[in-house]
Design a protein around this ligand. Structure first.
Ligand code: SF4
Length: 469
């Protein structure tokens, strides 16, 4: 068994975090231990994001920073979306990297199965150079014979360090949105069997050290979960297998949250299932509101339909929370389209929204579209939307002051109501003496933009005392 230490750096979205959790689980079972800092690791792994230009640049910057920071002799591995999508180019462009491991490849370089040569104490920069030369002559970053093919979706899950956990229920996507390269390298959707997902949830929820109280179901296109596996009458896919999954998961944990719902997938029965969880949180992937522009994006819907759907949910659940994301500067976006988006934001009063500039991805439908919007104009539109939304978010947070909310304590000093998704939205700042994993009723005393400040309105309760939905 190896006795090495690893450092795992994750970039990008929560789906990537799930992959990292599973990679950590594999490394743990192979005998590696987590290092407390990258400088102390024998194996440094960067799980990259290839979503847009900015995410790719951040990934490369991180790889270079960690290359400089790592200990002499430590191996540097790049995995995740960039490794899958640009494997060969990355390996050529980054000679610092020992292994570029796309999906289905072990992140342990063959060289690590033998003890890594550890350099003398001193400047890593000085000792790294000869190590690189030696590696280039033999040990190599190319495919290692020892690399094992493995499937991240079905790998075992290590215990969670927090009382919440993302659970990835499917990989890939069957849609072909004009701007998105994900299906080209993540492939068609493949959903996990429901029993596997439930087993993972049960395992997380029953961990004695940190029982998970909140499960966040994620997938590239979550609303389509299970359609690739489940044939209904006449061989047609069942409408929404996600409904049944949500109902089963909510029986196992106090909180079940759904992220990334394609808007046409938000059927009435799925709305019912979400409201029944007690977490009235709707993360709708809208991207824009102009119908012609959405058609150019090869996506469903328009602003009126979105408003109608949001309004109907608010009639049933006035305190429901809505999040969405939007792309600015998609080819062909006009001033009228942009004005329509601003008007929509004003009307919809979403709680949370993310804005991204269009990123031209080679091989996508949008790459060859006419009417490319100058990046500076896209950024100007983005700033305008973000400014409007920041005010809306702040006012919606202000409106919570004085209310009592049940908060799940994520860590000493911080927690979340049902209205905040972990690591995406704001938090509730709490006194530091409340134990992680407990639920506490909190009166909101102050709003600080996205974050709230809360004081316990009643003593904290342990997770075991909480009824599940
Ligand atoms: S649904 Fe999401 S992952 Fe699928 S193609 Fe569209 S943007 Fe990409």
């Amino acid at each position: 068994m190896p006795d090495g230490r690893y450092w795992l750096q994750t970039l990008g979205c929560p789906k990537n975090q799930v992959d990292s959790d599973k990679l950590a689980g594999v490394l743990d079972t192979e005998g590696y231990r987590a290092a407390s800092a990258p400088e102390e690791a024998d194996l440094v792994v960067v799980n990259t994001c290839a979503f847009i230009d900015a995410a790719r640049q951040e990934s490369i910057d991180t790889v270079l920073e960690l290359s400089d920071a790592r200990a002499p002799g430590a191996r540097l591995v790049v995995t995740g979306c960039m490794a899958e999508r640009y494997g060969r180019e990355l390996a050529e462009a980054l000679p610092e990297v020992d292994l570029v491991a796309g999906f289905g490849r072990s992140v342990v370089p063959a060289a690590l199965t033998a003890p890594a040569p550890r350099g003398p104490a001193g400047s890593a920069r000085v000792t790294l150079r000869p190590r690189r030369a030696v590696r280039g002559a033999g040990a190599g970053r190319a495919a290692s014979a020892a690399a094992q093919a493995f499937d991240l979706l079905s790998l075992p899950r290590p215990p969670s360090a927090a009382p919440w956990a993302y659970v990835k229920v499917a990989e890939g996507c069957d849609r072909r949105c004009g701007f998105c390269a994900i299906p080209s390298f993540r492939g068609a959707q493949r959903s996990r069997p429901v029993a596997d997902v439930l087993a993972e949830v049960e395992q997380l929820a029953s961990d004695p050290a940190m029982p998970v109280a909140e499960i966040v179901l994620v997938a590239q296109d979550l609303a389509s979960f299970g359609r690739d596996r489940s044939a209904g009458p006449g061989g047609r896919p069942r409408p929404t297998p996600l409904v049944s999954l949500t109902e089963q998961v909510r029986r196992l944990v106090p909180r079940t949250r759904l992220l990334y719902l394609y808007p046409s997938g938000l059927t009435d029965e799925l709305v019912d299932a979400v409201l029944a969880t007690g977490v009235p949180y709707f993360d709708l992937s809208l991207q824009h509101v102009s119908r012609p522009l959405l058609a150019r994006m090869r996506r469903w819907g328009d602003g009126d339909r979105f408003l109608e759907r949001i309004g109907r949910i608010r009639v049933r659940a006035p305190r429901a929370t809505f999040r969405s994301s939007f792309i600015l500067g998609y080819p062909g976006e006009t001033e009228e389209d942009h004005d329509a988006l601003l008007a929509f934001l004003d009307q919809a009063q979403l709680d949370w929204a993310g804005f991204f500039p269009f990123s031209r991805e080679s091989g996508t439908f949008a790459d060859s579209l006419e009417g490319q919007v100058p990046p500076a104009l896209a950024m100007e539109r983005l700033r305008e939307c973000a400014e409007l939304q920041d005010g809306i978010t702040a006012r919606r947070r202000d409106a919570m002051v004085g209310d009592v909310h049940q908060v799940l304590v994520d860590a000493p000093g911080r927690g979340r109501t049902v209205h905040e998704a972990p690591e995406i939205d704001g938090i509730v700042r709490l006194p530091g003496n409340l134990p992680a994993g407990s639920f506490v009723d909190v009166v909101v005393t102050e709003s600080l933009g996205t974050d709230l400040v809360g004081e316990p309105a009643a003593p904290a309760r342990a997770l075991a005392e909480r009824p599940v939905a």
